[in-house]
Structure formats: structure tokens, C-alpha cells
Design a protein around this ligand. Structure first.
Ligand code: C2O
Ligand code: CU
Length: 454
């Protein structure tokens, strides 16, 4: 604490150049342990036998290829842009060095059509992450994929694992509502209203790129402990997740280990991840189901099938009774630099813009015409958010983990109708970082700020 206080003292002087306790994280120059190329191009997907549509994809796959490395490995990813549009890749949740963060016009120039760009970073800490384009609405066109950083020494025992990417499925080109989604229910999917919200006209909900008509199967053997790494890669959907016939033991929130907690369901917003272990002690064929909390699509579905099962159709989960709450989450190790009172506090309201056009604002300002949130290296920063709109906002901070309650996360749902959430983080990764709603349509309509170290 003494050091921190000293550092703040120094920094409050006019000389910004000297006395930084926290230097910018330098870009990794070591030889990569893993090098991959992700070619971004348009192609055709078949999320169910009778359904095909044009998508934008990495390596012709949707979701994009799973990247899997060991904690501490240097990962090098070249993106080759074969789209007719500029693109970038963001490593959602990993506190990379600022120039590797993939935010167009903030941390890099976007990658032009025909060009390549190489991202190199040390993959740490271990956890369940994903990667996605950070340009416009490209995430909702399919430019996403899972990224797993394996523990060298897992605190949770398991025999096998599956990555479960939950997504909302939008064929064709995503766009913002043209009329602001207000008034007569025009724009995306209707049902607007002055302070309300709209979802794009999703054609269904996906697990690992499959519609419920052709769900992915997770094979298990009786007696195994099975780790499921859930990623909400949706663009505008809060999902409620359940599994028939099994309790889930939640072991990680946004990749960070928590004291194990047993639940029968959890809710997660765009950008959040949970790892859960199930014990395979109930032979049969069981549905994993992710329902849109604010939509009418049939639930995204996968099937847990025991080796011994005889191929009967999967049993559906019953209604949830013991749903995970943020208050249940207790991080296993605490976050450095956020004990005691904050050095700097931001009080921010989240709300719909008032103008004719479709905008979403943080404290009345819509990005990119919005003031940066200025912080100094080494500070303990607090952000208090109050949601003045009726819809939830899953708020995501780049480059840092934050503490919320007793959990450590990088994305948190701020409930509608004056919901309030406070996050605390340690300013230990200098640069310019985006802080934004992970509902892609809110982000694209302005619900973002740059957090800038000065
Ligand atoms: Cu997945 Cu700016 O984030
Ligand atoms: Cu939002």
C-alpha cells in the first residue's frame, strides 16, 4: 500500500514521464510456441441438414478453429484478410499487450482486404476465452472462435472436456435498426419502443454452430467427470443454460477459478464464460439447453450421450430451481491492487440515446464521440454503473480482469431497470482499452468508452 500511495503521489505531479510504477506491457518478442493462420473469408455454412447460408468465417469453419495452448505459451496468430472489408481480431478476456488487442482505430489500424496482420502474445492466465472480429457487426456474421488456455496444474479434476459455444444465428448481413427501433416497432424484429430494445431477426440459436435440428453430441462414459467450457458468443442474447439429468458444478467464471458451486442452471450474457463439471452417473441421452431469455427461438441444443445409451431421443431439462447468482461466485485467489478504497471512481449511467437515430450511451455520450475515461498506472479504479434502460447490458473491459463482488471477471451483466453493478480493477496494463457493452448492436450504436492511461 505504501508503494502504491507513493506512486500515486508522484503521478499526481505534472511530470507524467517519470515514476511510472507500471510500465506498458511489451509486445512479446520470444519465439512462438504455437503459430497459426486464420484466414477470414466468406463461405457457406450448414447449421442443419436442410439449412445453408453464407457466413463470414475463419478457416472456412464456424465457429472458427479452436485455439488451444498451454498457460504461458507464446501464441502467434496471423490473420489473412480475404474479406471485402477491413477486419481485426480481439482476444476476448486475455490481458494482452495493448498493440495486440485488436480494437480498430484504438490499438491498431484495421487490416485492409488482402492484407495480413500478426498478433503475438503470451497466453495467460489459463482459462476459457474466445476470439472475434472487433470491427462493426462482423462478430454476428460469424467471425468468432473458441480459445482455451490450459492450466499446467488444474485445480479441478476432470476426465474429458468439451467446449460449448452458444450463439445466436443470423443469416445474411447484420445491420443496425434504421429508424432507431423506436415508435412503430419497425427496425429489427419490431417491438422497439422509446426506451426498449430490439433483437435482430435471428433464425435460431446454435451450439457449436449447429441448430437444434442437428445438435452436436458430447459422448461420455459412465463414471467420468466432464468439464464443459461454455462461451456466450452471441451478439444480442442472454442465455439461460440447463442440462437434463445432471447437476453442474461451476468451477470457473470468465476463465478464473472459483470455489466450486453446484447449480442446475446459469444465465450468461454476450462475452461471458462459465466452466462447469458434470459427473456422468446417470446413463442415458440428455439435452444441454440454452434458452434466449428475451427471445422466442427454440433453445440452442447439444446432447450428452453415454456410451451405453441406446440412441433414444434426448430428455429435456426440467425448469430451473437453483440458478447461479453472481453472489455465489467466490474467486479462489484475489485480484492484486484492489483492496481498500479506490484511487479513482467513475459513476456511469447506461442508457438509450435520446436522438432520432439508434444510439446507446454511457453517461449520455455515444462512442466514438465520447470522452475517454482517464486513469493512471498503478491506480485502483472503481466503476459504478447504473442501468437506466429496461434491458440488460453485459459490460466488458479489455486488458484487465476486475473484481465484482467476490468474483473476478472481465464481463458482467448489469440488470435493467436501475440495476447497479460496481467493478474494481488494478490499472496494471497501460494503453488504450475499450470498455463497452458486449451486445454488439449496443456497442455499434455507441455504448463504449476508451479507458486511457495518462
Ligand atoms: Cu469480446 Cu471488445 O470484446
Ligand atoms: Cu448493452
Amino acid at each position: 500500500l505504501g508503494t502504491l500511495a507513493g506512486c500515486i503521489g508522484q503521478l499526481s505531479g505534472s511530470d507524467q514521464a517519470g515514476g511510472r510504477e507500471v510500465p506498458p506491457r511489451s509486445t512479446v518478442s520470444a519465439e512462438p510456441d504455437t503459430s497459426v493462420t486464420l484466414t477470414a473469408a466468406s463461405g457457406t455454412i450448414r447449421p442443419a441438414p436442410e439449412t445453408s447460408t453464407t457466413n463470414w468465417m475463419y478457416e472456412g469453419r464456424f465457429p472458427g478453429p479452436e485455439l488451444r495452448v498451454q498457460e504461458g505459451d507464446v501464441l502467434s496468430v496471423e490473420v489473412a484478410n480475404e474479406l471485402q472489408a477491413e477486419t481485426t481480431i480481439h482476444w476476448h478476456g486475455i490481458p494482452v499487450a495493448n498493440p495486440m488487442d485488436g480494437v480498430p482505430n484504438v490499438t491498431q489500424d484495421p487490416v485492409a482486404p488482402g492484407d495480413t496482420f500478426t498478433y503475438t502474445f503470451r497466453a495467460e492466465p489459463a482459462g476459457t476465452y474466445f476470439y472475434h472480429s472487433h470491427v462493426g457487426l462482423q462478430l454476428d456474421r460469424g467471425l468468432l472462435g473458441p480459445l482455451v488456455v490450459e492450466e499446467r496444474d488444474p485445480h479441478v479434476e476432470y476426465d474429458r472436456e468439451y467446449v460449448v459455444v452458444v450463439d445466436d444465428y443470423l443469416p445474411g448481413e447484420p445491420e443496425l435498426p434504421s429508424d432507431g427501433g423506436m415508435g412503430d416497432g419497425g427496425g429489427m424484429g419490431g417491438g422497439g419502443g422509446m426506451m426498449g430494445d430490439v433483437r435482430p431477426p435471428y433464425e435460431g440459436l446454435l451450439i457449436n454452430g449447429r441448430l437444434p435440428a442437428d445438435p452436436p453430441t458430447f459422448e461420455v462414459t459412465e463414471g467420468e467427470r466432464v468439464r464443459l467450457r461454455f462461451v456466450n458468443a452471441g451478439s444480442a442474447t442472454v442465455f439461460g443454460v440447463r442440462i437434463a439429468g445432471h447437476e453442474m458444478t461451476v468451477t470457473h467464471a470468465d476463465g478464473r477459478p472459483v470455489e466450486p458451486v453446484d447449480v442446475d442452471s446459469f444465465v450468461f450474457g454476450a462475452g461471458e464464460r462459465y466452466d462447469a463439471v458434470i459427473e456422468a452417473t446417470n446413463p442415458g441421452t440428455w439435452a444441454v439447453q440454452a434458452d434466449a431469455l428475451d427471445g422466442n427461438e427454440p433453445p440452442a441444443t447439444a446432447v450428452v450421450e453415454y456410451e451405453s445409451a441406446s440412441g433414444e431421443s434426448p430428455q429435456r431439462p426440467s425448469s430451473a430451481s437453483n440458478r447461479l447468482q453472481y453472489g455465489d461466485l467466490q474467486a479462489i485467489s484475489s485480484l492484486d491492487g484492489v483492496s481498500g478504497g479506490p484511487d479513482r471512481t467513475f459513476d456511469l449511467t447506461l442508457s438509450r440515446g435520446r436522438g432520432q437515430s439508434y444510439t446507446w450511451t454511457i453517461d449520455g455520450q455515444a462512442y466514438p464521440d465520447a470522452d475517454p475515461l482517464q486513469i493512471r498506472p498503478g491506480e485502483h479504479v472503481r466503476i459504478r454503473m447504473t442501468n437506466m434502460s429496461p434491458v440488460v447490458h453485459p459490460m466488458h473491459l479489455h486488458g484487465h480482469f476486475f473484481q465484482v463482488g467476490n468474483a473476478i471477471k472481465d464481463t458482467v451483466i448489469v440488470p435493467g431497470q436501475r440495476g447497479q453493478v460496481t467493478i474494481d480493477f488494478h490499472a496494471d496494463n497501460p494503453g488504450r482499452w475499450l470498455f463497452h457493452c458486449h451486445n454488439l448492436y449496443h456497442l455499434d450504436a455507441g455504448m463504449a468508452r476508451v479507458v486511457r492511461y495518462v
